[in-house]
Design a protein around this ligand. Structure first.
Ligand code: SAM
Length: 277
């Protein structure tokens, strides 16, 4: 079965148990990989109106400086936040690592009015190392998403963003706050129903190596007899805001932090960084 293991998938404790019982049927993959794209889309149901994304977009828009340069959204996924940003009249370049996610975003875009299509460019790219021949008045990362990058990835991100911010531009990042309450359950199961009606199970586990908070998620079909049986995992290190602020300052940004006013289930902070004139 090892040849079926996607390169970057984390073998969570829950995945271990599931792989042991599924035997040859079991396929481990990262939740954000191409292999898991169908399940991701089924669960995220990006097609419907998402009031959370609308309020997130409004909160970001409140901090975007006036100007004619476009806005760069990094790790845009299938466009959950991109479309509400477009609805606010912004011109958006959406960069995303997964070609399948970009294909989904582009498919939705093709169904949008021509005027909206004209204001959006979707590209496959790595937010830790990107190059455009233009600058942006804001670079945005949706809440929690910076956690997909490791230390080296974040260093590459800051360097790339610096090169692409127009004078007076803002780097805007939603950062989930660590939850120091270790008394809350460390492990929980949740039933999920996809847009297709298919049922899934989400297993969520928190753990605390050193001063870090790490979340392991494992998502799999509720029908454990499925063949193949896709076990999607992802590990997120909940970034310590103090560390991100220090990193941004070391990368040459002026930084402020405030509460993110969008309607989000968990407490999120907004990091605002700009390059001094
Ligand atoms: N921004 C979208 C939203 O709010 O729904 C997607 C957020 S999702 C938590 C994280 C996204 O980051 C995934 O679509 C994943 O493919 C993408 N991603 C992971 N690593 C990336 C990288 N190095 N560069 C660009 N995108 C990346």
């Amino acid at each position: 079965m090892s040849d079926q293991l996607a390169q970057d998938a984390v073998r969570t404790t829950r995945a271990d148990v599931l792989l042991a019982s599924a035997g040859e049927r079991g396929i481990l993959c990262d939740y954000y990989s191409e292999t898991a794209a169908e399940i991701y889309r089924d669960i995220m149901d990006d097609e419907g109106e998402d009031t959370g994304a609308i309020s997130e977009a409004q909160e970001f828009a409140n901090h975007i400086p006036a100007g004619s340069a476009p806005v760069l959204e990094l790790a845009a996924g299938a466009g959950r936040l991109t479309f509400p940003l477009l609805d606010l009249g912004l011109e958006i370049t959406a960069l995303e690592l997964s070609a399948k996610m970009v294909a989904t975003l582009s498919k939705r875009l093709a169904e949008a009015p021509a005027e909206v299509q004209a204001r959006c460019t979707a590209v496959v790219g790595d937010m830790a190392d990107f190059a455009f021949d233009q600058q942006f008045r804001a670079v945005i990362i949706s809440p929690g998403t910076i956690a997909v990058l490791d230390d080296e990835g974040r260093a590459g991100l800051y360097a790339s963003v610096r090169k692409h911010l127009a004078p007076g531009g803002q780097f805007l990042v939603g950062v989930g706050q660590q939850n120091p309450n270790k008394d809350e359950p460390l492990e929980r199961f949740q039933d999920l129903t996809g847009a297709s009606g298919r049922e899934y199970v989400l297993h969520h586990q928190r753990w605390f190596p050193g001063d870090e908070e790490v979340h392991d998620i494992t998502i799999y079909p509720a029908d454990e007899t499925a063949d193949p049986f896709l076990i999607c995992t992802h590990r997120m290190r909940i970034p310590n805001m103090d560390r991100i602020v220090r990193e941004c300052e070391a990368a040459g940004f002026d930084v402020t932090v405030q509460h993110f006013a969008g309607k989000l289930p968990q407490d999120v902070l907004l990091l605002k960084a700009s390059v001094p004139a």
